[in-house]
Design a protein around this ligand. Structure first.
Ligand code: KG4
Ligand code: ZN
Length: 336
């Protein structure tokens, strides 16, 4: 039988567990979210998220093992991969403590995985034989990075946001416009019927590096709508969406020009964005490389990507020790 890895993810509001084999086939992927508890607050409430993980993680792990045809009391697995950072400290600790307990009970090793490295493994779950190197635009509610991967586990962060994440900007602008939370899907939907040229919004960070910024854009939207009271919400959404996509795609293009790769990938929740998906497809065509746009279930937070990273780490590195602690601010650039 193939060596299986159990992945556990509890860094934010998703409680997830998954079993993946050594060839990156996903045998099971269970995801529960406490998002409904946070909606009224317009953002994830850490205390509520942590409590939800405690109640949900046990049943989620059990389901992931059963769906993978394993004995939930004594599964035949190679080891456990658990997100140990970055993320909400109280949420990370629930997953990490559980992973240690399972590892001890089942007599298997466990390894702490950087959540962002996990996202970088998502394209591999659909294309285990993809060609390297790969350029990935990782865009979520908490992170915005452009990363070049020479091979699995080998990554160089070329640039990242110096303030808000792209998804965070979407959520803030949506709240300003009176749209729901999370705001990304709402703005994306409303923008389809708007005119992108309706508002003149600035493009920031147009320099020669790969860094990004979204906080000025958010402020510019607020100013512009205060000035033009009569502008339609759809037009604001379309103008904002065009500005975000242009900023991201401009830096991604620069990265592709200066760091040749065989493929370009999107990861993170904002990978659902229609403008971004179309833009990345167009870039791939222009550069004659492969576009990897994983299905949304793999782009948003899940445990299959953590298990995939763990499969690699358990094969190439030593396992973690039981004194491993959660690292809420663990940077991808610090992963060795
Ligand atoms: O990766 P994710 O599920 O959670 C983390 O942040 O880790 O990403 C959620 C983010 C939210 O900010 C949400 O507004 C954004 O992704 N998002 C979108 C779209 N769908 C989700 N942003 C823009 N366009 C979308 N279609
Ligand atoms: Zn994430």
């Amino acid at each position: 039988m193939m060596a299986l890895v159990l992945g556990i993810e509890t860094s934010c509001d998703e409680t997830a567990a998954s079993v993946v084999d050594e060839e990156f086939h996903v045998l099971s992927s269970v995801i529960e979210s406490s998002i409904d508890q946070h909606r009224a607050f317009g953002g994830v409430v850490p205390e509520l998220a942590g409590r939800a993980h405690v109640a949900t993680l046990g049943p989620v792990v059990r389901r992931a093992l059963i769906e993978a045809a394993l004995d939930p009391l004594d599964p035949d697995i190679l080891g456990i991969a658990v997100t140990s950072g970055p993320g909400l400290i109280g949420s990370l600790l629930v997953g990490l403590s559980a992973a240690k307990a399972y590892a001890l009970a089942w007599g298997v090793p466990f390894v702490g995985i950087n959540h962002l490295e996990g996202h970088l493994f998502a394209p591999l779950l659909e294309h285990p034989d993809l060609e390297w190197p790969l350029m990935t635009l990782l865009v979520s509610g908490g992170h915005t990075l452009i990363v070049r991967q020479g091979a699995p586990g080998e990554h160089v962060v070329l640039g990242e946001t110096i303030d808000d994440a792209a998804g965070e900007a979407y959520d803030k602008v949506a709240r300003w416009l009176g749209l729901g939370y999370p705001g990304g899907p709402e703005i994306d939907r409303v923008a389809q019927s708007g005119a992108a040229a309706a508002l003149t919004l600035p493009r920031s960070m147009t320099g020669e590096d790969y860094d990004l910024s979204f906080s000025g854009l958010k402020t510019a939207v607020v100013r512009a709508t205060e000035k033009h009271h009569d502008v339609a919400v759809a037009d604001v959404a379309a103008s904002f969406q065009a500005a975000v996509a242009e900023q991201l795609l401009r830096k991604l293009r620069r990265a592709l020009e200066h760091h040749p790769v065989k493929g370009v990938a999107l990861a993170g929740g904002v990978a659902a964005n229609t403008a971004l998906r179309a833009g990345v497809r167009a870039l791939a065509q222009e550069f004659g490389i492969e576009a990897h746009l994983p299905t949304m279930a793999l782009c948003t937070d899940n445990a299959a990507m953590i298990a995939a990273a763990g499969t690699y780490r358990l094969r190439h590195d030593t396992a973690s020790n039981y004194d491993l602690s959660a690292r809420p601010n663990w940077q991808l650039a610090d992963v060795s």
